[in-house]
Design a protein. Structure first.
Length: 195
Protein backbone atom coordinates (compact mmCIF):
# COMPACT_ATOMS: atom_id res chain seq x y z
CA UNK A 1 0.00 0.00 0.00
CA UNK A 2 2.86 2.37 0.81
CA UNK A 3 4.32 1.73 -2.63
CA UNK A 4 1.07 2.78 -4.30
CA UNK A 5 0.82 5.93 -2.19
CA UNK A 6 4.45 6.81 -2.93
CA UNK A 7 3.92 6.25 -6.64
CA UNK A 8 0.78 8.40 -6.54
CA UNK A 9 2.66 11.20 -4.75
CA UNK A 10 5.45 11.11 -7.35
CA UNK A 11 2.86 11.24 -10.12
CA UNK A 12 1.13 14.20 -8.48
CA UNK A 13 4.47 15.98 -8.03
CA UNK A 14 5.22 15.49 -11.74
CA UNK A 15 1.73 16.72 -12.59
CA UNK A 16 2.17 19.82 -10.42
CA UNK A 17 5.41 20.58 -12.26
CA UNK A 18 3.60 20.22 -15.60
CA UNK A 19 0.75 22.39 -14.29
CA UNK A 20 3.24 25.10 -13.36
CA UNK A 21 4.76 24.85 -16.84
CA UNK A 22 1.32 25.09 -18.44
CA UNK A 23 0.50 28.17 -16.38
CA UNK A 24 3.70 29.81 -17.59
CA UNK A 25 2.83 29.10 -21.25
CA UNK A 26 4.86 25.95 -21.91
CA UNK A 27 3.07 24.01 -24.69
CA UNK A 28 5.17 20.94 -23.96
CA UNK A 29 3.65 20.74 -20.47
CA UNK A 30 0.15 20.85 -21.96
CA UNK A 31 1.04 18.11 -24.45
CA UNK A 32 2.48 15.92 -21.70
CA UNK A 33 -0.65 16.27 -19.57
CA UNK A 34 -2.79 15.54 -22.64
CA UNK A 35 -0.75 12.47 -23.50
CA UNK A 36 -0.71 11.25 -19.90
CA UNK A 37 -4.47 11.46 -19.35
CA UNK A 38 -6.03 11.06 -22.79
CA UNK A 39 -6.65 7.29 -22.58
CA UNK A 40 -7.96 7.40 -19.01
CA UNK A 41 -10.28 10.28 -19.88
CA UNK A 42 -11.49 8.47 -22.98
CA UNK A 43 -12.33 5.33 -20.97
CA UNK A 44 -14.11 7.46 -18.37
CA UNK A 45 -15.91 9.42 -21.09
CA UNK A 46 -17.15 6.23 -22.73
CA UNK A 47 -18.64 5.21 -19.40
CA UNK A 48 -20.33 8.59 -19.04
CA UNK A 49 -21.53 9.06 -22.62
CA UNK A 50 -21.08 5.77 -24.49
CA UNK A 51 -20.05 7.93 -27.46
CA UNK A 52 -16.40 7.83 -28.53
CA UNK A 53 -16.49 10.87 -30.82
CA UNK A 54 -18.19 13.09 -28.26
CA UNK A 55 -15.81 11.88 -25.55
CA UNK A 56 -12.77 12.71 -27.70
CA UNK A 57 -14.27 16.12 -28.50
CA UNK A 58 -14.83 16.79 -24.80
CA UNK A 59 -11.22 15.85 -24.02
CA UNK A 60 -9.97 18.18 -26.73
CA UNK A 61 -12.25 20.95 -25.47
CA UNK A 62 -10.84 20.60 -21.95
CA UNK A 63 -7.24 20.87 -23.12
CA UNK A 64 -8.02 23.75 -25.49
CA UNK A 65 -9.69 25.49 -22.56
CA UNK A 66 -6.66 24.87 -20.36
CA UNK A 67 -4.40 26.40 -22.99
CA UNK A 68 -6.69 29.36 -23.63
CA UNK A 69 -6.92 30.09 -19.90
CA UNK A 70 -3.38 29.10 -18.91
CA UNK A 71 -2.54 32.59 -17.70
CA UNK A 72 -5.44 32.71 -15.24
CA UNK A 73 -5.53 29.08 -14.07
CA UNK A 74 -5.57 28.75 -10.32
CA UNK A 75 -3.17 26.67 -8.27
CA UNK A 76 -4.38 23.12 -7.70
CA UNK A 77 -3.39 20.41 -5.23
CA UNK A 78 -4.24 17.48 -7.49
CA UNK A 79 -3.96 17.96 -11.24
CA UNK A 80 -5.51 14.59 -12.15
CA UNK A 81 -8.59 15.27 -10.02
CA UNK A 82 -8.90 18.76 -11.53
CA UNK A 83 -8.71 17.43 -15.10
CA UNK A 84 -11.16 14.60 -14.38
CA UNK A 85 -13.62 16.97 -12.71
CA UNK A 86 -13.39 19.45 -15.60
CA UNK A 87 -13.91 16.63 -18.07
CA UNK A 88 -16.87 15.23 -16.12
CA UNK A 89 -18.48 18.67 -15.98
CA UNK A 90 -17.96 19.08 -19.72
CA UNK A 91 -19.58 15.73 -20.46
CA UNK A 92 -22.51 16.44 -18.14
CA UNK A 93 -22.90 19.92 -19.55
CA UNK A 94 -23.21 18.38 -22.99
CA UNK A 95 -26.20 16.39 -21.69
CA UNK A 96 -24.69 12.94 -21.68
CA UNK A 97 -26.88 11.19 -19.16
CA UNK A 98 -26.52 7.46 -19.53
CA UNK A 99 -23.64 5.58 -17.95
CA UNK A 100 -22.74 2.38 -19.74
CA UNK A 101 -20.34 -0.29 -18.65
CA UNK A 102 -19.90 -2.67 -21.53
CA UNK A 103 -16.42 -4.09 -21.04
CA UNK A 104 -15.32 -3.37 -17.50
CA UNK A 105 -12.92 -6.23 -17.15
CA UNK A 106 -10.42 -7.35 -19.74
CA UNK A 107 -9.25 -10.90 -20.08
CA UNK A 108 -5.56 -11.48 -19.99
CA UNK A 109 -4.13 -12.63 -23.30
CA UNK A 110 -1.62 -14.78 -21.50
CA UNK A 111 -2.50 -18.29 -20.41
CA UNK A 112 -0.71 -20.16 -17.67
CA UNK A 113 1.73 -22.64 -19.20
CA UNK A 114 0.65 -25.52 -16.99
CA UNK A 115 -2.97 -25.60 -18.20
CA UNK A 116 -4.11 -28.04 -20.86
CA UNK A 117 -5.95 -26.69 -23.89
CA UNK A 118 -9.25 -27.92 -22.48
CA UNK A 119 -8.58 -26.34 -19.08
CA UNK A 120 -7.56 -23.11 -20.76
CA UNK A 121 -10.79 -23.01 -22.81
CA UNK A 122 -12.88 -23.73 -19.71
CA UNK A 123 -11.03 -21.02 -17.78
CA UNK A 124 -11.57 -18.46 -20.56
CA UNK A 125 -15.26 -19.34 -20.77
CA UNK A 126 -15.57 -18.99 -17.00
CA UNK A 127 -13.83 -15.59 -17.10
CA UNK A 128 -16.10 -14.43 -19.92
CA UNK A 129 -19.15 -15.57 -18.03
CA UNK A 130 -18.00 -13.82 -14.86
CA UNK A 131 -17.25 -10.62 -16.83
CA UNK A 132 -20.69 -10.70 -18.35
CA UNK A 133 -22.35 -11.20 -14.96
CA UNK A 134 -20.33 -8.38 -13.38
CA UNK A 135 -21.07 -6.08 -16.35
CA UNK A 136 -24.79 -6.77 -15.99
CA UNK A 137 -24.64 -6.15 -12.24
CA UNK A 138 -22.76 -2.87 -12.75
CA UNK A 139 -25.33 -1.74 -15.29
CA UNK A 140 -28.06 -2.27 -12.66
CA UNK A 141 -26.38 0.01 -10.11
CA UNK A 142 -27.58 3.62 -9.90
CA UNK A 143 -25.66 5.99 -12.18
CA UNK A 144 -23.78 7.72 -9.37
CA UNK A 145 -22.66 4.42 -7.82
CA UNK A 146 -21.43 3.13 -11.20
CA UNK A 147 -19.48 6.31 -11.74
CA UNK A 148 -17.89 6.14 -8.28
CA UNK A 149 -16.99 2.45 -8.74
CA UNK A 150 -15.40 3.28 -12.10
CA UNK A 151 -13.35 6.13 -10.68
CA UNK A 152 -12.17 4.03 -7.72
CA UNK A 153 -11.39 0.70 -9.34
CA UNK A 154 -10.77 1.47 -12.99
CA UNK A 155 -9.04 4.85 -12.65
CA UNK A 156 -7.44 4.17 -9.23
CA UNK A 157 -8.55 7.45 -7.71
CA UNK A 158 -8.64 7.94 -3.94
CA UNK A 159 -11.84 8.56 -2.01
CA UNK A 160 -10.80 12.20 -1.59
CA UNK A 161 -10.19 12.62 -5.34
CA UNK A 162 -13.55 11.04 -6.14
CA UNK A 163 -15.22 13.33 -3.61
CA UNK A 164 -13.71 16.35 -5.39
CA UNK A 165 -14.61 15.11 -8.88
CA UNK A 166 -18.19 14.03 -8.19
CA UNK A 167 -18.93 16.81 -5.70
CA UNK A 168 -20.11 14.73 -2.75
CA UNK A 169 -18.75 14.31 0.76
CA UNK A 170 -15.80 12.00 1.43
CA UNK A 171 -17.85 9.76 3.73
CA UNK A 172 -20.62 9.53 1.12
CA UNK A 173 -18.06 8.21 -1.37
CA UNK A 174 -16.91 5.57 1.12
CA UNK A 175 -20.49 4.59 1.91
CA UNK A 176 -21.41 4.39 -1.76
CA UNK A 177 -18.44 2.15 -2.55
CA UNK A 178 -19.22 -0.07 0.42
CA UNK A 179 -22.89 -0.42 -0.63
CA UNK A 180 -21.91 -1.03 -4.26
CA UNK A 181 -19.39 -3.75 -3.40
CA UNK A 182 -21.91 -5.43 -1.11
CA UNK A 183 -24.57 -5.32 -3.85
CA UNK A 184 -22.14 -6.59 -6.48
CA UNK A 185 -20.89 -9.40 -4.25
CA UNK A 186 -24.40 -10.55 -3.32
CA UNK A 187 -25.69 -10.34 -6.88
CA UNK A 188 -22.60 -12.04 -8.30
CA UNK A 189 -22.70 -14.89 -5.81
CA UNK A 190 -26.42 -15.37 -6.40
CA UNK A 191 -26.07 -15.21 -10.18
CA UNK A 192 -22.93 -17.33 -10.51
CA UNK A 193 -24.08 -19.96 -8.01
CA UNK A 194 -27.34 -20.37 -9.93
CA UNK A 195 -25.47 -21.29 -13.13
Amino acid sequence: MLYKEGKKNLSNSADLKLWKGLKSGDRKSLKELHFKYFNELLIYGLKLSNNRLKSVEAIQDIFVYLWDKHLILSEVNNVKAYIFKSFRNKILKNSFSELQYSDELKLSDQEPADLSIEESIIQKDTHKEKRKIIGNILNCLPDKQREIISLRFFHNLSYREISDIVGIEYQSVRNSIHRSIKTIREAFNGEFNNK
